[in-house]
Design a protein around this ligand. Structure first.
Ligand code: AHG
Ligand code: MN
Ligand code: MN
Length: 337
């Protein structure tokens, strides 16, 4: 007899949807399409070292980063997997300047999907973990066609959010506001199986993740906070260990399981115009929903990420995310300056 029951992601999603008496099965269909895209991208990422898919296309995405071929592949995969199911009314991707309409020939649905198709893509040539991040909202406008207003949202309005990490194994982690659940892809049967039920982030960690090469551009609060983490004090568990992969999904995933804090503060080279790097709608807001559902916090230093109303599709935000006590401590330092 098997010791544990085997729960596929499909079964889990159906059971989650049943918790909502008025659910139509639409959300289950949407997630089903998304898992197919995830499996296809996982296959491509795994064989990236072998295929001729590696290399730089030479184009730049709207945020000015160099686009790798696998970004383009992942972007197309998600679009093609999601365009015809009848669940979505519009999509938006880190790789597309404008909102992505559903082609005319397909039925439109009530959900909005926003995604970072391949996160950490600069790591791909070195066989380092990369990921996909997604955020799902309900259509907000009442007209027949969805508009950009359906994408410019507050994180608190998300219906669901999640990520896939293509690591030593492929995992999908998602929340619909009923806790955070993790599934590991069993490649032999091509199914995501429940491996991490109801994930909770430790209330305090011993890891900090930040690009220290940027230290000269940090505000005074961040400088003091990082110096504080490096001091020795057994009573408060310091010094912390630095762990920085440079793939947000992978850094976030590790800290979610082990506890700790990830920081991408704004660049204060021009103190009048602080410049953030990570994108609110495709990176910060979905991970913020997950971390809060797991008992952690996500902040800009002075504002809760989930409370930010997006004004632009590719808006950026400082992101300080992780264990509750660690993020609260950062906020104290950030406020003091
Ligand atoms: P993307 O590959 O989607 O453009 O995201 C890259 C992001 C994120 O994954 C990571 O945390 C961060 O960029 C790393 O930035 P630095 O190289 O500036 O540290
Ligand atoms: Mn990214
Ligand atoms: Mn990306």
């Amino acid at each position: 007899m098997q010791k544990h029951k085997v729960v596929t992601i499909q079964r889990h999603i159906v059971e989650q949807e049943r918790l909502f008496p008025r659910a139509t099965g639409d959300f289950t269909g949407l997630m089903w399409d998304l898992t197919l895209a995830a499996k296809t991208i996982s296959r491509e990422v795994n064989k990236a070292g072998l295929a001729d898919i590696l290399g730089i296309t030479g184009e730049q995405n709207v945020s000015g980063d160099t686009v790798k071929k696998l970004d383009v592949y992942a972007n197309e995969r998600i679009f093609k997997a999601m365009d015809h199911g009848g669940h979505l009314c519009v999509m938006a991707s880190e790789e597309n300047e404008d909102i992505i309409p559903i082609p005319d020939e397909f039925p439109k649905g009530k959900y909005v999907l926003m995604f970072d198709p391949l996160d950490g893509s600069s790591n791909i040539d070195a066989n380092v973990s990369v990921g996909t991040i997604f955020s799902i909202h309900r259509k907000k406008t009442t007209g027949k066609e969805a508009t950009i207003e359906d994408c410019l949202r507050k994180g608190t309005e998300q219906v669901a959010a999640g990520y896939i990490v293509y690591g030593s194994s492929t995992m999908m982690v998602y929340t619909t506001g009923q806790g955070v659940h993790g599934f590991t892809l069993d490649p032999s049967i091509g199914e995501f199986l429940l491996s991490h039920e109801n994930i909770k982030i430790p209330s305090k960690g011993k890891i900090y993740s930040i690009n220290e090469g940027n230290a000269n551009t940090w505000d005074e609060g961040t400088k003091k906070y990082i110096a504080y983490l490096k001091e020795s004090d057994a009573a408060t568990g310091r010094p912390y260990s630095l762990r920085y992969i440079g793939s947000l999904v992978a850094d976030f995933h590790r800290n979610l399981l082990y506890g700790g804090i990830f920081l991408y503060p704004a660049d204060y080279k021009d103190p009048k115009k602080p410049k953030a790097k990570l994108r609110l709608l495709y990176e910060a807001a979905p991970l913020a929903l997950i971390v809060e559902q797991a008992g952690g916090l996500a902040s800009t230093g002075k504002e809760r990420i989930l409370d930010i109303q997006a004004a632009e599709l590719h808006q950026k935000a400082p992101l300080i995310i992780g264990s509750k006590e660690d993020v609260l401590m950062y906020e104290k330092f950030f406020k003091q300056k």
